[in-house]
Ligand binder design. Structure first.
Ligand code: GLU
Length: 439
């Protein structure tokens, strides 16, 4: 005789809700996302437990409390982080972000992604990342400058051309890098341009750096098209984000013949089935401050635009956009991850089942740090390259990265993301083995 239980009691419902809330919270936690991918790759590689421990743990985490005099005379204290995940293959390298929701866990995840990204791109850096909890839109330029300078002074002994080289990330730019470079240089009594990358051209910046992440996305997209026997002219692209990464990718891809049919921003989205005129849209945004009300396109709901039928979806805005909730509704063949961590770990499986060809962030957006590497080389040589040379060398490294990852995937029978992680873990582990453990 079977016992019939009530379908669900109120208590059970509450429990289920809590459990699913917890699962959702975990899905959105970037450090857990990084760990999930790490675990799959480490297991496939059969990696030694001890080495796994080393690679899982950041090498150094610095927290600083930054007292700053605000314009109105008040004193505020901001919290800043710098995480150096690995220095096995070279100095730590990675951006600095300013946002109200920065957390140490997020910065730690982003730092580890930089380690894997530099290893996939095969450039001689480890991984690092920084963040300051603040709301840049509410700060004046001089307040931003004081935060930047004090943050730099507080982490001074941990950064340097041979130690850790910051760069721009979300809400930071070449002006912020110029202040960092100046603060570092003033303390050291000598101008040291190679301490940061993504600087203004007149202060040791590199030609092509601003476009580099977007250009890198286009280069790997072109490689993917070759695999599928497709031409840019017949390729519909939807891009989320119109900032440094999305905007540059849109501009370069439109110029290369791709049909950029939709641009999605946080406050609106545009659609034109024949492809948007991106240069005109850039002009419109410069004049009006937003992409909305652009005459050359229809306005659509930014949440729905993600699900438009297209060939390439290029998320270039923020983390956790492609999730277990949104992934089932996507209508794209290829995903090029311009942002860091746009896809959650549970969404990976859904995309695999749907047969979407994913070019993972640690490969797709490596163009930025690759040209940062070129900038660092040029600063140290004191000899600057023309843009054509920068772009040629970027293309060479991105194409090599794409081919290394896809070949690795074919050889080991795994999807691109796992292949990229396996390749990266293998390269970093090899460096650690060669160096040995200093005791
Ligand atoms: N913030 C960029 C990234 O996430 C660039 C980092 C760099 O150039 O060091 O890849």
């Amino acid at each position: 005789m079977s016992t019939v239980y009530p379908a669900s009691t109120e208590a059970q419902e509450r429990e289920t809700l809590t459990a699913s809330d917890l699962a959702w919270e975990q899905e959105l936690n970037p450090w857990l996302a990084a760990e999930a991918r790490f675990n799959i790759a480490a297991e496939r590689l059969g990696m030694d437990e001890g080495l796994q421990k080393v690679l899982r743990t950041p090498s150094r985490e610095i927290t600083v409390y930054i007292p700053v005099m605000m314009d109105d005379g008040r004193i505020e204290v901001f919290t800043g982080y710098r995480v150096q995940h690995s220095i096995a293959r070279g100095p730590a390298k990675g951006g600095l972000r300013y946002a109200p929701d920065v957390t140490l866990e997020e910065v730690r995840a982003l730092a580890s992604w930089m380690t894997w990204k530099c290893a996939v791109a095969n450039i001689p850096f480890g991984g690092g990342k920084g963040g300051v909890i603040c709301t840049p839109s509410l700060l004046s330029q001089s307040e931003l400058e004081r935060i930047t300078r004090r943050y730099t002074a507080d982490i001074l002994e941990f950064i340097g051309p041979e130690k850790d080289i910051p760069a721009p990330d979300m809400n930071t730019n070449e002006q912020v890098m110029a202040w960092m470079m100046d603060t570092y240089s003033m303390h050291n009594r000598q101008t040291t341009t190679a301490v940061v990358t993504g600087k203004p051209l007149d202060l040791g910046g590199s030609r092509g750096r601003k476009e580099a992440t977007g250009r890198g996305c286009m280069i790997v997209a072109l490689e993917a098209l070759k695999k599928f026997g497709m031409k840019p002219e017949e390729t519909r692209v939807v891009i989320q984000g119109f900032g440094n990464v999305g905007g540059m990718a849109a501009m370069l891809m439109a110029r290369a013949g791709f049909k950029v049919i939709s641009i999605i921003e946080y406050d609106g989205a545009l659609y034109n089935a024949n492809g948007l005129d991106i240069d005109a849209l850039m002009e419109h945004r410069k004049e009006t401050g937003s992409i909305n009300e652009f005459p050359g396109a229809d306005s659509i709901d930014p949440h729905e635009a993600l699900y438009l039928p297209c060939d390439i979806l290029l998320p270039a805005a923020k983390e956790n956009v492609i999730t277990s909730r949104t992934a089932p509704k996507l209508n794209c063949k290829i995903i090029v991850e311009g942002a860091n961590g746009p896809t959650t770990a549970p969404a990976d499986e859904i995309l695999q089942q749907k047969g979407v060809f994913v070019i993972p962030d640690i490969l797709a957006n490596a163009g930025g740090v690759t040209v940062s590497y070129f900038e660092w080389v040029q600063d140290r040589q004191g000899y600057f390259w023309n843009e054509q040379l920068v772009n040629e060398r970027l293309t060479e490294l991105m194409v090599e990265g794409f081919s290394a990852v896809t070949k690795y995937g074919d050889t080991h029978g795994v999807h691109n993301r796992t292949a990229a992680y396996m390749l990266a873990l293998d390269r970093v582990a090899f460096a650690i083995k060669l160096r040995g453990l200093y005791a």
